[in-house]
Design a protein around this ligand. Structure first.
Ligand SMILES: Nc1ncnc2c1ncn2[C@@H]1O[C@H](COP(=O)(O)OP(=O)(O)OP(=O)(O)O)[C@@H](O)[C@H]1O
Ligand SMILES: [Mg+2]
Length: 258
């Protein structure tokens, strides 16, 4: 599952990109949008128009899981189970989601569950079938606090591994000492860091132009994240590289004054 506690920190973005980059590494990936009532993943993936059935149709028995899974033809073996626009979401339970993951488990190398914000019913529904959790934070105290709450709740579930992804990191602010450092974030979260994703305007573009972009700065960061998740390596993207040296110094200062 991809979770955070705090809303808007980049769960759906991380889920979509991780799905894309794991599939590019040759794995069969299913992404489940469990943010019921607020379909986001299909929009970010540019697959909204292809939705025929959604997760509520599966749960209510209107269709089989296979019929609701949409294949993303741009990437090999990448599938999405969309959430619904509207539904009395309380009717969907963690057991329902677990039934779905049990049915498709043998067909996929990875099943990514995009979790809603908060730690209420939607969170518990998403965590129930999960055996690993990626906790997404931004380098802000409020995000770390909420993630900390999530970690303590996760300890009550059978989650084998918990991983940290720091999203929206600003290399210029890091070098200027104006943003929480990686070390301080890692220390306060105390779970293995598997990815650092830079603040990158192109990430937003992918949702508005309908497709995920592959040739932007964070592409390297997402590739490293997918590799770390798969092979246990811990290669972390250096967000500060373009702000180092004389040229970098000017870039940093220009950015500061824009
Ligand atoms: N690294 C990034 N650089 C720039 N923009 C980003 C980055 N990550 C996410 N965003 C933007 O932040 C916004 C929120 O991201 P996203 O929807 O992935 O968050 P979320 O945690 O899933 O939100 P919610 O809690 O509402 O489900 C989006 O507009 C997205 O494009
Ligand atoms: Mg989301």
């Amino acid at each position: 599952m991809i979770t955070s506690g705090k809303g808007g920190v980049g769960k759906t973005t991380v889920c979509a990109n991780l799905g894309v980059y794991l599939s590019r590494l040759g794995f069969r990936v299913a992404m489940l949008d469990v943010d019921i009532g607020l379909n986001n993943l299909d929009v970010v993936m540019g697959m909204e128009k292809n939705v025929v059935f959604d997760i509520t149709d599966v749960v209510s028995g209107k269709c089989r899981v296979r019929q609701a899974l949409i294949e993303d033809y741009s990437y090999p073996s990448l599938y999405l189970l969309p959430s619904s626009h509207s539904y009395a979401s309380s009717k969907i339970t963690g057991e329902h989601i677990k039934n779905i993951t049990d049915i498709i488990d043998h067909s996929f190398d990875y099943i990514l569950i995009d979790c809603p914000a908060g730690v209420e019913a939607g969170f518990h529904r998403a965590v129930y079938p999960a055996n690993e959790a990626i906790v997404v934070v931004t380098p802000h105290i409020s995000s770390l606090r909420d993630a900390d709450k999530v970690l303590s709740i996760l300890s009550k579930y059978q989650i084998e591994n918990k991983y940290l992804v720091i999203n929206r990191m600003r290399g210029d602010l890091l070098l200027n000492g104006e943003m929480l450092s990686l070390e301080s974030i890692m220390k306060s979260m105390n779970i293995p860091l598997v990815g650092v994703i830079p603040e990158d305007d192109s990430v937003g573009k992918m949702s508005s132009n309908g497709r995920i972009l592959l040739d932007f700065e964070s592409a390297r960061a997402f590739t490293l994240l997918a590799e770390n998740i798969h092979n246990g390596s811990r290669k972390i993207f250096d967000c500060t590289y373009k702000y180092r040296g004389v040229l970098g110094f000017f870039k940093r200062n220009i950015k500061k004054h824009v």
